[in-house]
Design a protein. Structure first.
Length: 537
């Protein structure tokens, strides 16, 4: 499909949504008369002045500076959308708006022919588990549709059914998002599964999109900082906005009072809701019940759908057995993700009797999530993306359950310049349930990683928790294996035998460290651990 839009159409879209202040035709030449605008076709949209070509509409967002427009007219800039006018810096028509990010979302949707209306679009939000759940849903829907389901995740994107590309953001900027959606539609995709971050609503990346299914997995404090969310309330509110912009909602009924607020949100939005729960005895619509565990610690769980029984007058429901599932992904928390995925798939049109399709989630693995390695001398290592209190606590609980009595060493660090609450949360999780903690570097950004490490260790209160700071992340992982071997030798001298477990949390298979505005090639953790364990990666 051609990607184009008339300048008059852009004017009309912005005005109809109450965003347009005026059009600027030159210094002091402002107008709201569409007949005064040139009848110009827009053949490209961008927010990056380096990509300007003939026929481009430029969005001036963020820390935009006038000098960015130097040479733009000569490269073919047709018009720009901005919250301030630059008539002294360019001859291009200016569309001055009240909110450039909202304008970018609306105009890019129009430019790419509203691809979001041509697929079943599923949005997934939550503090943890978004990526895993998205992969699980994608596996089921791809199998059911003959591989005609697209995926946008914080790990990778796949918009044509076979080509996987590493992603840059959990939820892309709107201009990139609609371009990806257009590619998906053109490739014949019928469904799109995507992660929706709190920042996606905070910065209007998904403004104007109504999701066919919106899923809310869980919530805990995260991304609290001056440049993200000022409070937990703001974070939770931005997460909840997915529900009021969905046609059907899936929510976790195990969140106490927060589940009640989520249901109130869907009620006001007139959005039908399906609840899921892994708690025995729950009256949720879709429930899971642990059955048993195998020798590898993978739990066998039974999922059940509860439907209104129209043959009864007492309001009771009938139960539909959705089968038993044993996941490739380890950890009981992944059964929460799998149960959510099943509820999402049912809401997206999968029938309860499509057992073969639903069981596709059993074969899913996610790069950098619960990747298990065993060294030649028996050290059990896990690489996981756990990067906040809730996820690291769950990872530690998994290790304690699978390896009773084990000595558990955690390697972790906290990001710099944002999500300041993670420093306390990660240290708190280790303080509660680890035997040793090695604090290292994890995308320090503008901060000194040594300062971040000191702040984390200040939240450690147990005197018996062994701690160390090794800022070089590869050396930190190597030290964790070395310490595990030393501890095993000490155990043997004391007549003890216990498993040594090393948990490397935070970066998964990310191949860079973000340091002072630059992406520095790194690892990733999965490759480093594979090498230390003598396994090809």
């Amino acid at each position: 499909m051609a990607r184009s839009m008339n300048l008059l159409t852009a004017f009309s879209v912005l005005y109809s949504h109450g965003l347009l202040r005026e059009a600027v035709l030159g210094p002091s030449d402002w107008t709201l008369d569409p007949d005064r605008l040139p009848h110009t076709e827009i053949s490209a949209v961008t927010y990056d002045t380096r990509t300007i070509a003939p026929g481009t509409l430029l969005f001036c967002k963020g820390a935009f500076r006038p000098e960015f427009l130097t040479g733009a007219d000569g490269r073919g800039l047709t018009a720009y959308v901005s919250e301030k006018e630059y008539s002294h810096d360019t001859r291009a028509v200016g569309l001055i708006v009240t909110d450039v990010r909202k304008a970018m979302a609306l105009l890019c949707a129009e430019f790419y022919g509203h691809p979001e209306r041509q697929m079943t679009v599923i949005g997934i939000t939550g503090t943890k588990g978004k990526t895993t759940t998205a992969y699980l849903v994608h596996a089921v829907l791809a199998q059911a549709s003959g591989n005609r389901c697209a995926l946008l995740s914080s790990e990778s994107n796949c918009v044509d059914g076979h080509t996987w590309e590493r992603s840059k953001l959990t939820t892309p900027e709107s201009a990139d998002l609609f371009a990806l959606m257009r590619r998906a539609v053109d490739a014949g995709m019928r469904e799109l599964v995507m992660e929706v971050s709190s920042q996606a609503y905070k910065t209007n990346r998904v403004y104007g999109i109504t999701f066919d299914v919106g899923a809310f997995l869980n919530i805990s404090p995260d991304h609290i900082s001056p440049i993200e969310h000022p409070t937990f309330e703001d974070y939770f509110y931005c997460k909840r906005r997915l529900l009021r912009n969905s046609r059907r909602a899936i929510i976790n009924d195990d969140l106490g009072g927060k589940s009640r607020l989520l249901r109130e949100e869907t009620l006001l939005a007139h959005c039908p809701v399906v609840g899921f729960s892994m708690h025995e005895g729950s009256d949720a619509d879709v429930t899971g019940t642990p059955v048993s565990s195998d020798a590898d610690g993978r739990r066998l769980s039974r999922f059940t759908l509860h439907l209104p029984d129209t043959t009864r007058t007492d309001g009771r429901r009938r139960s539909v057995d959705l089968g038993e599932y044993r996941l490739r992904l380890e950890g009981d928390f992944n059964y929460d993700n799998a149960l959510a995925a099943v509820a999402i798939c049912l809401a997206a049109g999968i029938r309860p009797d499509q057992q073969e399709d639903l069981h596709a989630l059993e074969c899913v693995s996610v790069p950098g999530r619960m990747q298990h390695f065993t060294s030649a001398d028996g050290i059990e290592a896990y690489v996981d993306y756990a990067h906040n209190y809730l996820s690291l606590r769950a990872l530690l609980a998994f290790a304690r359950e699978k390896y009773p009595g084990a000595f558990v060493t955690v390697v972790t660090g906290a990001t710099g310049g944002k999500a300041l609450d993670r420093r306390h949360g990660l240290a708190k999780a280790a303080d509660e349930n680890a035997d040793a903690l090695i604090v290292t570097t994890d995308d320090p950004g503008p901060e000194d990683p040594a300062d971040i490490a000191r702040q984390m260790l200040a939240d450690v209160h147990r005197t018996d928790l062994r701690t160390a700071t090794v800022l070089d992340r590869q050396q930190a992982i190597e030290k964790a294996f070395e310490c595990a071997r030393q501890q095993r030798q000490a155990d043997r001298q004391a007549g003890m035998t216990r498993t040594q477990v090393v948990l490397i949390a935070g970066k998964g298979d990310e191949p860079v460290q973000l340091v002072k505005g630059k992406s520095i090639p790194y690892g990733p953790d999965t490759d480093i651990v594979a090498r230390l364990c003598g396994q090809a990666q």
